[in-house]
Design a protein around this ligand. Sequence first.
Ligand code: ADP
Ligand code: MG
Length: 685
Amino acid sequence: MAGLNDNIRYLKGVGETRAKAMEKLGIHTLRDLLSYFPRAYEDRRTICAIKDAPLDIPVCVRAMAAAPPVASYVRKGMELLKLRAVDDSGSLEITWFNQAYLRSQLETGATYIFYGRVTEQGRRRAMANPVFEREDRQGVVTGRILPIYRLTAGVPQKLMISAMEQALAGCGSRMPDILPPELCRRLKLAQAPYAYENIHFPRDEQALDKARERLVFEELYVLGAALAMLREKRTGEPGRAMQALPMDEFWAALPFAPTEAQRRAVREAAADMTSGVPMNRLLQGDVGSGKTLVAAALIWLAVKNGCQAAFMAPTEILAEQHFATLSQLLEPMGIRVVRLTGSMTAAQKRQVNGLLSLGQADVAVGTHALISGGVTFFDLGLVVTDEQHRFGVAQRGALAEKGDKPHTLVMSATPIPRTLALIIYGDLDVSVLDELPPGRQKVDTFAVGEDMRPRIWRFVRRLVGEGRQVFIVCPMVEESEELPPTVKSAQSYAKTLQSEVFPDLRVGCVHGRMKAKEKDAVMAAFAAGELDILVSTTVIEVGVDIPNAALMIVENADRFGLSQLHQLRGRVGRGQHKSYCVLFSDGETEEARARLAIMTKTGDGFKIAEEDLRLRGPGDFFGSRQHGLPEMHIADLSADMRVLKQAQQEAQDTLARDPSLEQPENIPLRDRIRELFEINGNTLN
Ligand code: ADP
Ligand code: MG
């Protein structure tokens, strides 16, 4: 008997090689396979008469082979097989290209179901390359709703379907049922075996709806329970209550006035910090909205309350930048700021560590070097993490462990549509900086095609001539055989630009496969003005501040998400210079054009995020890369909003009744959550 954890290579028709290919789709076991849902369906149930068949959409036609098929060579590499098929209403000219082997499968006088598009040439009706099967052996490729799976090289649709049928027959009924029976009954949700059967091979539309409804609910229920457990862990115990202080004292020491949004965020966070419950707040703000200053205000509050603060950034260069900003701002107020990064020598680290453990330094700014074993704090009361999606829960947690229930603030420049933020960040409170500091200039943005290349290159020269610097971002690090050669890779493009286009300018390159040290060295050179053009992958996406950079060029821009483009654009326009963003693409489709057009029209990160969500769907948007949330297999977080709320409520109720999920009916849920945390490692945010 087949088991859910059996490897797929034992299925008929799969074997070693194809199993390897299927692993690329994340499918290893029969259970993975059954959880691999179709991306679409083809309804091959209705059979039309030849004369009445609608044109140019796929349909089934039942017709008899009227004569033996005729093969002919058109030219080298092009062989035709022609068949005349008839039914009561008329005749159909069927052609297959380069599939002469089908000849032996077609018997004159036998009736077949052909599935394909009917076209009309004059009064003659024709069909090219249909799939077909004999009427008396119907039901495999016609006569039913057929699933369409996302594929990879070496795994044809036919194989997926046959493998799926075997898996369903073998152990479909043993897929674990995550939902307690009581809940299924109450909400009238289908049971697991029915759902798996019908999500793959739906009996009819209703069955498909039922199956989908159930699986979507299950996925969101698991997510809801996982988030609720995280929140529970946090709010269970009391935290430290700090003394409220007049913030005007801090604001007055600044060279500029805070924005209203900054004041509000500080008020909200300060209320948490003085409440007696540990703060766990997300600060969301567009690039350049001034999140660092909010953090500084809260650090000031913590230190004035007699405790220490830690500020963790995802990269060395960002840590350096924050260290410079924060020490400049806070040192004059009598606050001692130290730096702790991986590139410091052991002796330097020891020295800083000594200061922190004795309470002789108030603020530590650094990279994840801060969470290394050797670091101890005298009394850590506030933990700030910048660009939170780069860190997982565990890393944030590890830093918080170094204090006695410190307050935590995580900052993110990835705007999430407001409607979703509260649900997605179910375990965090959220403050939003929805206002940019005054005087921030708009970055003029252009979406252009290859024909504009010469003009843009002249523009690069002009700007560099004026002393400005230029970013050029490519979608890939290295060339790839799987993608068309028009897709630019940072490494080779940088070489080409240096040798062929801008031999007289200084071109540098930075990408994610470089060692952190090399990367930082190149970034530092660019920041110091020693390079004119920096070609890179999206490694520069995160908050680097280079005020002299005035032009951001993105190659193959249609390959990026809008939110990502917005982040990239935020790298320029940070100084007093007029700045520009040029999005190159040969995106042919209407949709690709519409997406890039949005970038040229608005600079509002939230608006862009919402458009992105609307146009691309949440699949990419909520990909684990951006949020650390597990990838959704079937649920659509924008369309299934109502279910999301309901599933979340049910999950909370379940946990309220059975907090550690020990009841027999909740064990499958507990196991699933554990897996989820394991798969996503530390990243379930
Ligand atoms: P981000 O939210 O992207 O991290 P930063 O905190 O780096 O933004 O701030 C961007 C720039 O805006 C910094 O140079 C900072 O000094 C400046 N800034 C922040 N707040 C204000 C303000 N209220 N008025 C003027 N400039 C500000
Ligand atoms: Mg920042």
